[in-house]
Design a protein around this ligand. Structure first.
Ligand SMILES: Cc1cc2nc3c(=O)[nH]c(=O)nc-3n(C[C@H](O)[C@H](O)[C@H](O)COP(=O)(O)OP(=O)(O)OC[C@H]3O[C@@H](n4cnc5c(N)ncnc54)[C@H](O)[C@@H]3O)c2cc1C
Length: 432
């Protein structure tokens, strides 16, 4: 997969200079836009290339509109699919198989891409602040010659947010000092997969050393990654000692008892040590736990829960008690009718459900329909998320645990099922 710092595309529609970016004096803007016949063109900003926005791009491609100017703001030129990330770590898939190139989807949709992060939003003035990130991979446009086209701020008529949940370094360092300096964070996944590849390559270059790996965070994704790491390291011929610091009181607390027991049994079977303590600090070669214990750790991975992005806090948008964007059944902000949100970043005020890729993906078609409907003042669709989702947790060895509501089962068949679902997801959006 290409490194996105090489291929930002500011000119997909050739209309960049006509967006709200440069229109600072609103009266003059309006007059200028009318002269050009541009006053009927509406600006749609898509924040984040999450699961739901892939479908929005696909729908926009099927319904190209000359009166709509679409920009996707997201740091990377591809989406790394989290569902297949443990499979990449386990060595089941090469990284390219887990990534969706956004460029063909953008071209089909007639949308442009800005390689940046949203760092602030003011829903009242309909403006988004952009951060180009300097040293982050994929967000530094300095080499591209596009620096003069890097707006610090963009305005919009309609906004759709699908930026997922995040691990904010500032917050993380408050709860686990040293984490952002010494540990590998699971999010953003694009950075995680690169860091993991470096760990593996370094370990392969020093055969004979036993690598001590600690995963902090006892949720299903942390456990899934840990089992994948063991498999990947074994396949690469690296001797490793793996440990989970679960932060108690239960493994995979969001899952029913049956799944928790199955996960515990799989960890035991793989001789992965489980410590129910809470990590209080990470250093270069250890993790410190509550009660004053220190455990040696060469590689520490933080897989503690993700959170809502800080930039939503001063946006003026309604938020839930945890800071996520509060939306109604139309996936529309409960306070701002021209703002929509879906996936992990959003909470339905009327119908709470888990945050996972299944829900984010399923919200996509209704999000797309509602964005198009709102442009033309058509009635909006109510999105009806299912009460439960099928969860398939891979164990690294071609074995997976399946969960539906309170039910669970496991076997190689569950892994094949997961593999099939994941490959079908990728096939929907891959163009090469
Ligand atoms: C290791 C792991 C394995 C998982 N496995 C599964 C699984 O098997 N099944 C499942 O259902 N769920 C799984 N999940 C959960 C799943 O990843 C998330 O629930 C899902 O990705 C949420 O999708 P989303 O569309 O909300 O956002 P995401 O998929 O997180 O996408 C967010 C997008 O927004 C971009 N972005 C982020 N911040 C900004 C910003 N400030 N400005 C602009 N763009 C931004 C990101 O780069 C990304 O493109 C897993 C999670 C992890 C960590």
């Amino acid at each position: 997969m290409k490194n996105s710092s090489q291929d930002p595309d500011f000119g997909a529609t050739g209309q960049f200079e006509l967006t709200g970016v440069y229109f600072v004096d609103k009266k003059a803007d309006a007059a200028f836009a009318t002269t050009l016949g541009m006053d009927r063109i509406k600006t749609l900003l898509l924040l984040g290339a999450g699961h739901a926005h892939l479908q929005v791009l696909a729908q926009l491609a099927a319904n190209r509109r000359s009166d709509l100017d679409v920009t996707l703001i997201t740091p990377w030129s591809y989406l790394t699919y989290s569902g297949m990330t443990p499979g990449f770590v386990a060595g089941h898939y090469p990284l390219e198989d887990c990534q969706i190139d956004l460029q063909p989807l953008l071209r089909e949709a007639g949308a442009r891409w800005i390689s940046a992060r949203c760092s602030g939003l003011d829903a009242n003035t309909q403006s988004v602040m952009l951060d180009y990130g300097g040293s982050s991979p994929g967000v530094d446009l300095l080499q591209t010659g596009a620096t003069t086209s890097r707006p610090a701020m963009m305005t919009y008529d309609f906004l759709s947010i699908d930026t997922g949940s995040v691990m904010e370094k500032r917050k993380l360092d408050q709860s686990i000092p040293g984490a952002s300096e010494h540990a590998i964070l699971v999010r953003p996944i694009e950075q995680f997969v690169n860091r993991w590849s470096q760990v593996l390559n370094r370990a392969k270059a020093k055969p004979g050393n036993t690598l001590r790996i600690t995963v902090v965070g006892g949720g299903a994704s942390g456990i899934e990654l840990l089992m994948a790491m063991q498999q990947g390291l074994q396949t690469a011929g690296v001797t490793a000692q793996l440990r989970l610091v679960a932060g108690g009181p239960a493994l995979a607390p969001n899952y029913p008892k049956g799944v928790q027991q199955r996960l515990a049994a799989q960890l035991r079977k793989r001789q992965i040590e489980v410590d129910m303590g809470t990590c209080t600090r990470v250093t270069a070669d250890a993790v410190e736990l509550d009660g004053g214990r220190t455990l040696p750790s060469d590689v520490t991975v933080i897989a503690t829960g993700s959170a809502a992005p800080d930039w939503l806090n001063h946006s003026g948008l309604a938020q839930d008690e945890n800071g996520y964007a509060l939306v109604n059944a139309h996936l529309q902000s409960t306070t701002h009718k021209n703002v929509f949100a879906a996936g992990d970043v959003a909470t339905r005020f009327d119908r709470r459900h888990a945050r996972n890729g299944v829900y984010a993906d399923r919200a996509g078609p209704d999000l797309a329909l509602n964005l198009l409907a709102t442009l033309t003042d058509q009635p909006l669709n109510a999105h009806m998320p299912s009460d439960r989702s099928l969860n398939l947790i891979s164990c690294g060895t071609g074995h997976a645990i399946a969960n539906w509501g309170a039910l669970s089962a496991e076997g190689a068949w569950a892994w094949r099922w997961k593999d099939k679902i994941d490959r079908e997801f990728m096939a929907r959006f891959r163009r090469n």
